[in-house]
Structure formats: structure tokens, C-alpha cells
Ligand binder design. Structure first.
Ligand code: SME
Length: 164
């Protein structure tokens, strides 16, 4: 089955989000390998959501967040847990939206194009095991529709993807 993303040019934010969730659900029904799923989810996100420069996963290993499947420029391979937006979302166990990363004291600029960021922590049996990280080259990029939509996507990932 082809999962090529088509016909989304005229969709609004809500419709794009619904479409993204559909693509992810179809793929989750069809595949169970975590690495394959995280890889295609990163690609679906970049293919459907406008104005992102990076979308992907960091997974908790050896007391750090280690780079997982992603789309975008090459990124920092390891993030310490005491610095940056991903680590904050991981520590707080909360969806974390930063409207202007330049104002976030210890933001880690893996891609200097990033201006705003949304991070979704991922849980398995109540334990946080990683994050889904989205970066945009535009300040104040992430709308409430997207925060809600990506929170839903986080739940879908948790219910279906067990990388460890
Ligand atoms: N900006 C993130 C680091 C990851 S990259 O942007 C892909 C942070 O501050 O945690």
C-alpha cells in the first residue's frame, strides 16, 4: 500500500492534523517495528505540517536523550538531561511549547534555523522513555490545534510503539 502524502496543499491546520493522524493510524495498523514506525512518523509529520525544519525522536538511554529517527538537518546525537527544551519536557513529563527559543535560557540549537519548538514526552507504563521533538523556523509557530493534535499523536505512539 502506498503511503505517499498527496492533496494536502489546500488543507487548513485542523485538516492537516486530522490527515496526519490518519496516516499514522494506517501505518500503526500495518507495521509493528518501532524503528520503522518512528521513521515513517517523522516523515509523515514533515510531509503534512507546514513550516517545520526538524521532526523526530530522542530516546532515553544511558542517562541521556539519544537521537532516534528524524527528518531534517543532522542533529545533536546526545542531549544531557539538565539542558534544553527536550530535557525539560522529559524531566517535567509535560508537553512543552517554546514560542521563541532565543528566550529559552539553555535551548540547544542543533539547527540554527529553529525559532520555536514543541516537545511531546512519551510514556510506557507511566515511565517517560523519550520525546517527540518538533522545530520550526518561525516564532510562535505552534497553534493550540497542533498542541492538541501532537498530544494525541503522543498517545497513539505510546499505545503502539515500544522501542525498549
Ligand atoms: N532544541 C532541542 C535539541 C534538539 S534539536 O533541536 C533537534 C533542545 O533544546 O532540547
Amino acid at each position: 500500500m502506498s503511503l505517499e502524502i498527496r492533496g494536502i496543499e489546500k488543507l487548513n491546520d485542523q485538516e492537516r492534523m486530522d490527515e496526519l493522524i490518519n496516516y499514522i493510524k494506517i501505518q500503526l495498523d500495518d507495521e509493528s517495528d518501532s524503528l520503522a514506525l518512528m521513521s515513517n512518523i517523522s516523515s509523515f509529520i514533515m510531509g503534512t505540517i507546514k513550516n517545520l525544519n526538524w521532526a523526530g525522536f530522542y530516546l532515553y538511554k544511558e542517562d541521556e536523550l539519544v537521537l532516534g529517527p528524524f527528518q531534517g538537518q543532522p542533529a545533536c546525537t546526545r542531549l544531557s538531561l539538565d539542558k534544553g527544551v527536550c530535557a525539560k519536557a522529559f524531566r517535567d513529563r509535560k508537553v512543552t511549547k517554546v514560542d521563541d527559543v532565543n528566550e529559552f535560557p539553555d535551548h540547544i540549537a542543533c539547527d540554527s534555523a529553529s525559532e520555536s519548538e514543541l516537545v511531546i514526552p512519551l510514556f510506557k507504563d507511566g515511565t517517560v522513555y523519550g520525546v517527540l521533538d518538533l522545530d520550526s523556523p518561525i516564532k510562535n509557530r505552534f497553534t493550540n490545534i497542533e498542541v492538541e493534535g501532537f498530544t494525541k499523536i503522543g498517545k497513539l505512539i505510546e499505545d503502539n510503539i515500544y522501542p525498549f
